[in-house]
Design a protein around this ligand. Structure first.
Ligand SMILES: [Zn+2]
Length: 314
């Protein structure tokens, strides 16, 4: 009996020990689970922060790409688009690199979004200016049809509208007395950015040339290139030759505004400077700020429409 009692006791102790072991194991497993769960929560939170930062950059890059494409040729100054392209390249690089930190993703998102907004704003301004120019052109009466042509309906062509013999701008008149077509070098200045096809500088009266330099700076800022020129100063001998060749379309020799160094002709290229082109509309709108105007006779509804002719009135 004693042996049985001992055996029972031993079994009881063994069972108790097993229960303790089981409880300890369970507690330990529980702790491991909790730890694993905690790690998973922290990791998920980090993944979610990085994921949302990355998502924001993906969205910003998509907008940037769309704006960059839509704004091509539709901003006054392409610098904003160049900045946007650089930001987009950085965004693409950050998205391609799995190691980009949350801080980097957020910074690139911010610069990309700012560049995108600046470009979109510049594009909106440009579009508004185009619409205003188009509205202004629509208000300008069409010229009376000349010679049976319907040029107004034809699309702008870049073939010259000039059909006469070639004439060139004139050098200063050595020993000139200062009258029309006889301006001495001291009365004239050459414009800085171009010469005519024969290498003759484009001369204008000194004050008109200085004003045109300022006008050209603004023109270049708007269009990205210098103002085109065809003829400026025209000496008396050339006025005589033009009158003989062209008849009354050319001014009576000694009366041309080109003879006083106060007129210029832009190239007779209708797609560039013709009626209703952005370039001509800009010149008509902005030229007067620099003293350069279109005389009433040269306007589209004037007595001798010449879209290429501008005069300096100071
Ligand atoms: Zn002219």
């Amino acid at each position: 009996m004693r042996a049985e009692a001992v055996q029972d006791q031993e079994q009881a102790v063994e069972a108790a020990q097993e229960r303790v072991d089981g409880t300890v194991a369970a507690a330990s497993a529980d702790a491991e689970h909790r730890e694993a769960a905690d790690t998973a929560v922290v990791g998920a939170a980090a993944d979610s922060t990085r994921g949302s930062a990355r998502d924001a950059l993906v969205t910003a890059a998509e907008q940037a790409r769309a704006t960059l494409a839509a704004s091509e040729g539709a901003v006054a100054d392409d610098t904003v688009r160049q900045t946007l392209a650089a930001a987009l390249a950085e965004a693409d690089a950050a998205l391609a690199a799995d190691t980009a930190s949350v801080a980097t993703l957020r910074r690139v998102t911010s610069t990309t979004a700012a560049a995108q907004t600046a470009t979109a704003d510049a594009q909106a301004q440009w579009t508004q200016a185009q619409e205003q120019a188009a509205a202004a052109a629509a208000r300008t009466p069409r010229p009376a049809s000349t010679g049976g042509t319907t040029a107004a309906a034809a699309p702008p062509s870049c073939e010259t509208t000039y059909t006469g013999p070639p004439f060139y701008t004139s050098p200063a008149t050595e020993g000139g007395d200062g009258s029309n077509g006889k301006l001495p070098p001291s009365a004239l200045a050459a414009i800085s950015w171009d010469v005519d096809p024969r290498g003759t500088p484009y001369y204008l009266r000194t004050d008109a040339a200085a004003a045109l330099e300022r006008l050209n700076t603004a023109f270049r800022a708007r269009f990205g290139h210098d103002l085109g020129l065809d003829l400026t100063y025209r000496d008396f001998a050339t006025q005589v030759a033009m009158r003989e060749a062209l008849g009354t379309v050319a001014a009576t020799p000694g009366t041309s505004s080109h003879g006083t160094g106060l007129a210029l002709d832009v190239p007779e290229l209708p797609c560039e400077y013709g009626w209703g082109t952005p370039q001509r509309d800009w010149l008509v709108a902005n030229g007067p700020s620099y003293g350069w105007v279109v005389p009433s006779w040269a306007r589209q509804n004037g007595s001798n429409p010449e879209y290429w002719h501008f005069e300096y009135r100071g």
